[in-house]
Design a binder for this molecule. Sequence first.
Ligand code: SDX
Length: 393
Amino acid sequence: KTGYITLDFGYKNTGSTKSAITYLDGENGVLRYRGYPIEQLAEKASFLEVAYLLIYGELPTKAQLDNFQSSITKHTLVHEDMKQFFEAYPAKAHPMGVLASMVCSLSTFYPESLNPNRSEAEFDLTIHRLLAKLPTLAAWSYKNAMRHPFMYPKNNMEYCENFLYMMFAMPTEEYHIDPVVISALNKLLILHADHEQNCSASTVRIVGSSQANLYASISAGISALWGPLHGGANQAVIEMLEKIHNDGGDVDKWVAKAKDKEDPFRLMGFGHRVYKNFDPRATIIKKACDDVLEKLGIVDPMLDIAKKLEKVALEDDYFKSRNLYPNVDFYSGIIYRALGIPTEMFTVMFALGRLPGWIAQWKEMISNGEPIGRPRQVYVGATERDYVDIEKR
Ligand code: SDX
């Protein structure tokens, strides 16, 4: 494509980044984190175990995981001064906007995060603080939008349980979390944990390559993820399914609309820059949809519409000829709904899952001593010409 640029993160003239974190085969629908198939990790691992694997390169021993978890538990609280920032936001402020600014402001509370010559221990502390505080900041951005009282993290809860508690508990009553909900959230976060050089990970790497601190780099990644063509798609999928449902559920009509060149409507949750076959994450999430809804005794008409939409689209030449298959966002929103997560928090959930991947990508770029990212271009503008006085224009 003319004007196409290649994001070169410092490997001269290769036009791509070398990375040892995630392997992705778009033709065969293969996704591995540090060599481990996503199918096995989604079934057997905990989200923090996968976070450790992505960031430090190996599955943790029990002692390493215990230390990692206790270091994170110690830092789940957010500085009391940050609470006043929340109060400055109107209820309608989008949680992704609140989250991006809150994460960036963490660097003003923790000066070691700004020191490029920090010790290994300070480097790890900067990382663990962010893993610990993002769930708290995410839950508080929701509580703030609802004008509900903030719930503080509990040190005796594991990561997913603690997040759900901070999101939905109220100080006036006991809050019970169904283990099915915790396990479904754990699986979803693992499936979103990294995806090599996607838009937001590339953003984190290129912002970090200027030696901007981790929190500023992740804040930029959150902003990139917000877009409906990227992480914002899971919210757009549910809004699309609701529109089809409210329009009488005529799936064929909407598939025809998605092919109409005059109409900018796209089937959200379909297509992918890399997967030109199935997205292995969508396969796992689709199965988990049936499983979670059945265990929770939920019947969601959106799931029936999603399955009908998938069936019609996969039999349609327009979609087949363009290799358009459901991606990670197509079914994830249906599970988030079943877990009680509000639609406006879906992309925040994607950010929670993607955080360890962003951190791993940033850490790899720093550890490799990569130079500042400086994309180049193919110039297609005007050739040299002389200035014309305004009277003569
Ligand atoms: C994520 O990169 C990653 O790894 C991202 C991600 C991650 O984990 O980080 O996997 C997460 O972002 C998943 C994608 C979520 N986005 C959506 O679901 C939004 C809907 N999808 C599309 O906007 C699109 O498919 C993209 C953005 C995902 C991919 O865009 P491409 O590969 O650049 O495809 P394209 O825009 O060049 O389209 C190719 C053709 C076009 O038609 P023609 O010009 O050839 O006639 O396919 C059509 C497009 O119009 N097309 C669609 C379509 N997606 C592409 N037509 C209808 N519905 C769609 N969803």
